[in-house]
Ligand binder design. Structure first.
Ligand SMILES: *[C@@H]1O[C@H](CO)[C@@H](O)[C@H](O)[C@H]1NC(C)=O
Ligand SMILES: *[C@@H]1O[C@H](CO)[C@@H](O)[C@H](O)[C@H]1NC(C)=O
Ligand SMILES: *[C@@H]1O[C@H](CO)[C@@H](O)[C@H](O)[C@H]1NC(C)=O
Length: 379
């Protein structure tokens, strides 16, 4: 059994200051941890575009939030049982031992203190969308780490697009084949609607109280940003072009699709690519770049591959099997140590979010550049 050493990974915030009237300080607080939640959300205004039987679109979301004074920490399964079994079988093909995902645990706050509650307008909100055919649970650790730095985080599973979505009531929806341009467009549109729907649901007290107990009140949302991995990164950009509530976004290693490529964006946007994924090798990155009119940066991360920007390398590292995997797995997970790439990804994402959601200095990127020599800014 492995418990996530959150305190080793990142400095944590001790308090919940209001962003609007105070810049958060960043004291180290070794007892801090994160709370988590999950729930099903149903959009009665939209039928599911994949189910094709007129049923309303239902999604599953997870939440992660900072907890300053946790009364009791607890280890919970990394993913629900049906998902764990499915993912174990899927990654068994890459040489990961059966049970790696089913038995993996993460440490969370199991009992919140009443005094840990935040004032309205407390932490900013960040929405996350993962890769095509990839469960949202494969980003739980990354998103816990982002939350620990003072963010309310929501991750979204897009049913029929994700390889598996396990609903709270036990129903499992498996992914369908999405490959043609038309199918990708359909999936992208569904993702954008899911993202905007999830954001708006947080204005409902029943949803806010379940996902972020004590953090969101009176139907008001704090500042919001969105980021994603792979098709989720494309969805982040597309959602920003649909909703001006989304103040900034980041794309981790995803090819862009849809009108946003030529329409562009006027708010901050960051691109992070794996080794050799740049504007030179991805035409969609080259095409959107001149149309990004807000703050923008593009980074190439040496020694990484497409799934470096998920929990997979960290899970392999923490399970003690990263060095035992077949060499072909490098094409999926990259060569970098799983703990290091986890730190790298969360540090860059948090530096980006801090800059425009918490008015932190852009200088953080220079400091990170000294720490992570694998990262090359592509100008
Ligand atoms: C993995 O373990 C589960 C539970 O013991 C078992 O049902 C399943 O058949 C195993 N899968 C493989 C590929 O060995
Ligand atoms: C569980 O929830 C899903 C998604 O909303 C729904 O399609 C399904 O019918 C539900 N299953 C049961 C047994 O209620
Ligand atoms: C990236 O490109 C360089 C130069 O062409 C090459 O040596 C290297 O193997 C490539 N890396 C990957 C992961 O494809």
């Amino acid at each position: 059994m492995f418990s996530l050493p959150l305190t080793l990974l990142l400095p944590l915030l001790a308090l919940c200051p209001s962003i609007s009237n105070a810049r958060p300080s960043h004291p180290r607080h070794k007892d801090a941890t994160t709370g988590v939640g999950s729930m099903m959300l149903t959009d009665m205004s939209r039928s599911d575009p994949f189910a094709k039987d007129g049923r309303p679109r239902s999604i599953m979301v997870s939440s992660f939030f900072p907890v300053s004074n946790c009364l009791q920490r607890t280890s919970i399964p990394y993913m629900p049982p049906g998902t764990g079994k499915f993912i174990d079988e899927k990654f068994g093909a890459y040489g990961l031992p059966n049970g790696t995902f089913r038995e993996f645990t993460i440490e969370v706050c199991g009992k919140l203190s009443k005094h840990a509650q935040c004032p309205p307008g407390g932490w900013p909100l960040v929405l996350f969308s993962g890769a095509l055919g990839t469960s949202r649970h494969l980003y739980n650790i990354m998103l816990q780490n982002v939350a620990a730095r003072g963010y309310l985080v929501v991750s979204i599973d897009h049913p029929y697009d994700a390889d598996i979505v396990e609903f709270t009531n036990g129903t499992i929806i498996h992914g369908v084949d999405i490959g043609s341009d038309a199918e990708i467009e359909l999936a992208l549109d569904a993702r954008v609607s899911d993202i905007i729907f999830a954001q708006n649901q947080l204005r409902k007290r029943s949803v806010a109280d379940k996902l972020f107990p004590g953090h969101l009140q009176n139907g008001r949302l704090p500042k919001v940003a969105v980021f994603g991995h792979s098709l989720g990164g494309a969805a982040a950009a597309a959602a920003m072009s649909k909703s001006t509530d989304l103040l900034g976004g980041a794309n981790l290693d995803g090819t862009f699709f849809g009108p946003v490529v030529t329409d562009g964006l006027d708010r901050p946007f960051m691109l992070i690519g794996h080794e050799n994924k740049t504007r030179e090798t991805d035409p969609s990155w080259d095409a959107i770049w001149p149309h990004l009119h807000g703050w923008k940066k593009q980074y190439e991360v040496k020694e990484t591959a497409h799934y470096s920007f998920s929990d997979l390398p960290f899970v392999a590292f923490a399970s003690g099997i990263q060095d035992l995997l077949p060499v072909e797995v490098e094409g999926l997970l990259g060569r970098m140590n799983g703990e290091r790439v986890m730190k790298l990804t969360t540090s860059y994402v948090v530096a980006f979010l801090d800059m425009f959601l918490k008015s932190e200095a852009e200088g953080a990127f220079q400091k990170l550049g000294k720490k992570f020599s694998e990262v090359v800014e592509v100008v």
